[in-house]
Design a protein around this ligand. Structure first.
Ligand code: HAM
Length: 432
């Protein structure tokens, strides 16, 4: 079947479709998102995080300086353009850079030496769309500025675990690594480069090209030849300086002490240049090649690099689409407490009046707006999964009484058509 982007309607006007890789989140799916967002807000607040909202567009330079010129994101994935004022601007490809820009600009360190922030919203990367990978996607992220102690690394990971546990997800699993610091990473880079140079012929064009600027990327290159060529590559963990090694040992000790399970993956490199020391990913086998559901790490040099004070930072972001894919569909729209089926114009008015009063009291009530047949109204009540139905016909209207039916049990109750009595009957059975 040929998939056509345009559909002709009867008047021959062409319907406009959305942009490739930009998705609509429809009712039925959006409830999962609301649950994810509500869980994040609740859990992050327990750990002392406050929400920050920053613009979705920043100066291009912010991202090239923080994420790094030699990364895939900056090299080829950013939505950048020149605005009408001749400014180079970019739709944010991630959240950390904007949050740190704001942190510095608004001098948040003056308010508190330790700042814990979280954010949620759309991000943009021009990647090849596939399941779990989109051009507009959504992140929920958190950042802590001002703490060097490895306890915060462990706490951020514990908070992430707490979040996934509260969503009822045992997947994904945690992998951690340390990427060292400006003191010890150059020696590791040199050792890795030497190793890669000896195997240059086996590497893909991208990895050969990146050998000078970013040799670590060869370790997570998906091309099979590169995987084989780097199988015996030196481990970053064997090249950590004393400070970085002590830090990583302490992070693992805190994770062990709090029974937070993890695996060390010394081949994990991140696609952004700002990381130092601890890095991590929460991975799942359930999403094909898009295995990282959340990822992050420490960025002790970034705040100074962006013109702020010399303060350490650590954080993560999760992909909301990927978390939603892991959730089963059971979080879908809440069924109505009551469906009122009415027969005739006057009964329709009475149904509308009762519905409005009950909704004012917090009940979810539905009815048919178009005066369809009773049979078709009952079909709709069924489709919506209404817990109760109330039929109002001419007779019911005349004697002021209606039959309330509990759908799960079939139990019927005759009652006076008064909102207060209806509310009482509906409340006697708590909403699921
Ligand atoms: P990242 O690894 O580039 O890190 O992205 C974090 C998460 O965003 C990924 O694990 C994935 O779940 C999701 N994600 C990324 N790209 C896409 C896409 N095209 N479609 C769908 N989901 C995607 C960062 O962005 C860092 N700012 C994280 C961080 C915060 N590090 C420190 N603080």
């Amino acid at each position: 079947m040929v998939k056509c982007a345009h559909y002709l309607n009867k008047e021959n006007s062409v319907a406009i479709t959305g942009i490739k890789g930009f998705n609509d989140i429809l009712p039925g799916e959006v409830e999962k998102w609301q649950r994810i967002e509500a869980t994040a807000r609740r859990v992050f607040q327990i750990y002392g995080f406050s929400e920050i909202r920053v613009p979705i567009m920043e100066k291009t330079e912010l991202f090239s300086r923080s994420i790094g010129d030699a990364t895939d994101i900056v090299e080829k994935e950013m939505y950048s353009f020149t605005d009408k004022g001749e400014n180079r601007v970019t739709l944010r490809p991630e959240g950390t850079a904007g949050v740190i820009r704001s942190y510095i600009e608004q001098k948040l360190h003056v308010l508190d030496p330790v700042t814990k922030l979280y954010y949620m919203g759309p991000m943009f990367r021009y990647e090849r769309p596939q399941k779990g990978r989109y051009r507009q996607f959504h992140q929920i992220g958190a950042e802590v500025v001002g703490v060097t102690n490895p306890r915060i690394d462990a706490q951020v990971l514990i908070m992430l675990r707490h979040f996934f546990r509260d969503l009822g997800l045992t997947e994904p699993t945690l992998q951690i690594n340390s990427l060292g610091c400006p003191e010890c990473r150059p020696a590791y880079r040199a050792a890795l480069k030497g190793y890669l140079e000896e195997r240059r012929e086996l590497l893909c064009d991208d990895c050969r090209r990146r050998m000078e600027s970013n040799p670590l990327r060869a370790l997570d290159c998906k091309v099979p030849g590169c995987g084989q060529a780097t199988a015996e590559a030196p481990s970053v963990l064997d090249h950590l300086c004393r400070g970085c090694d002590d830090h990583f040992v302490a992070v693992r000790r805190h994770l062990d002490a709090t029974e937070t399970s993890y695996a060390v993956n010394h081949r994990m490199v991140r696609g952004l240049d700002y990381y130092t020391r601890t890095t991590f990913e929460l991975v799942t086998g359930l999403l094909g090649s898009q295995s990282a559901v959340a990822a992050g790490g420490r960025y002790d040099g970034l705040i100074q690099e962006l013109g702020g004070p010399n303060l350490p930072g650590i954080g993560f972001a999760m992909g909301v689409e990927r978390v939603a894919l892991l959730l089963s569909a059971n979080a879908s729209a809440k069924a109505p407490d009551l469906f009122i089926a009415a027969h005739g114009e006057a009964a329709g008015d009475e149904a509308f009046r009762l519905m409005t009063l009950l909704q004012g009291q917090g009940f979810r009530v539905e009815l048919d707006y178009e005066g369809k047949s009773l049979k078709s109204q009952m079909r709709r009540a069924d489709k919506l999964g209404a817990r109760h139905t109330l039929i109002i016909g001419e007779d019911e209207l005349a004697n002021g009484r209606g039959m309330l039916k509990e759908m799960a049990t079939g139990v019927q109750l005759e009652l006076i058509l008064e909102a207060a009595l209806l509310a009482e009957a509906l409340s006697s059975q708590p909403s699921p």
